[in-house]
Design a protein around this ligand. Structure first.
Ligand code: NAP
Length: 316
């Protein structure tokens, strides 16, 4: 990120959860907004030591309530299943006028939890940077994670535009592009672009590992045939993804219903030798891949645009 330092949208930002995403935000803040006060809280003692060693914050706290005292920006970067408890913990010490946001992969539940617990005068603007990797923890983060990626904000109805603008400027300073969306719509869009693809990856890797007629060594040896690309996604954090499916149950089940119908149609085409149906679908999907490259959300290099020297982006 070779940009000049932008004016800080916040005097003091408190990040709760200093794992992959929280530490990436901290790294990007240090690079792009070096004047911003920055504190991090994490419930994991080993992660707190690592965050201190990396110098990613002015101060690292064990208690989230202590960390948010006096902060005009509070960003929750914990698994979505932990958001409601964290909001309840910090509510008594949240500063009036502060922006309360998050980076969770689902939005409707987080919005409700924040609205239910945040004191009057705190501005609730949930968010989701659509950027990540299959890694976890403070060491997995990197400052350029949000470069050119979308960050979706789902503000509560009563939030003043100036507060939404301030959070938009924050993410833009970190390199992201920002879009506003209704929380329920976000959850439907992400169900098909991220959650169902992860479920398919978890399922196919599980099926392959259960096959008795094909040995594990064969599955690994010949994985470059396509399986390997699913294993990267299926290596994603189990806690995070358990919470995503429990939180976004309705939208995921709806999209899975559509997926199952389409899979049945493909099964039928294979059974009846309907090559035209297969060719037509595979041509259409190839066009979608090209559109993603044209939109700058991946590159056209072979091997799924994978950069072997660093983390492959995912769309969590
Ligand atoms: P992560 O690497 O596991 O980091 C989460 C951190 O928060 C860990 O240090 C965790 O400690 C800590 N933590 C858990 N519960 C806490 C609590 N109640 N109070 C304080 N700290 C707590 O996870 P992540 O990948 O950064 O994901 C964080 C959020 O970002 C999730 O909501 C996820 O949906 C969202 N997100 C993830 C991605 C992705 O690709 N990974 C992309 C976009 C958005 P422990 O490890 O001990 O639990």
């Amino acid at each position: 990120m070779d940009k000049p330092a932008a004016p800080s949208p916040f005097q003091r930002l408190a990040i709760i959860g200093g794992g992959l995403i929280g530490s990436s935000v901290a790294r990007a803040v240090r690079t792009a907004l070096p004047d911003m006060g920055l504190v991090i809280a994490d419930s994991n003692a080993a992660h707190r030591t690592k965050l201190s060693d990396l110098g990613l914050a002015d101060k690292v706290f064990a208690d989230a309530g202590d960390a948010v005292r006096g902060a005009d920006g509070v960003l929750l970067a914990v698994p979505v299943g932990a958001m409601a408890d964290v909001v309840a913990d910090i509510a008594p010490t949240l500063a009036p006028g502060a922006i309360l946001t998050d980076v969770g992969s689902t939005k409707a539940g987080v919005l409700s939890a924040m609205q239910a617990a945040a004191p009057k005068g705190v501005h609730v603007i949930p968010g989701h940077p659509v950027a990540g990797t299959e890694q976890s923890g403070p060491e997995a983060g990197f400052a350029s994670l949000f470069d050119g990626r979308w960050c979706i904000l789902t503000p509560a109805d009563d939030v003043p535009n100036a507060k939404v603008d301030a959070l938009t400027q924050f993410w833009q300073a970190l390199g992201a592009k920002v879009e506003l969306m209704d929380a329920a719509h976000h959850d439907r869009v992400l169900a098909i672009t991220s959650h169902v693809p992860h479920l398919i990856a978890y399922n196919i890797v599980g099926t392959a590992s259960d096959l008795e007629a094909v040995t594990e060594s064969e599955v690994i040896k010949y994985s470059a045939g396509g399986f390997r690309d699913f294993t990267r996604i299926a290596a994603s954090d189990p806690t995070m993804w358990r919470d995503v499916f429990l939180e976004n149950k309705d939208a995921v089940l709806e999209m899975l219903g559509r997926f199952s119908e389409d899979l049945t149609a493909l099964q039928r085409a294979i059974r009846w030798g309907d090559g035209d149906a297969l060719y037509t679908l595979f041509s259409r999907t190839r066009t979608i891949r090209r559109s993603i490259i044209d939109a700058g959300q991946d590159d056209a290099a072979p091997d799924f645009g994978r950069h072997h020297s660093d983390d492959s982006p995912s769309d969590a």
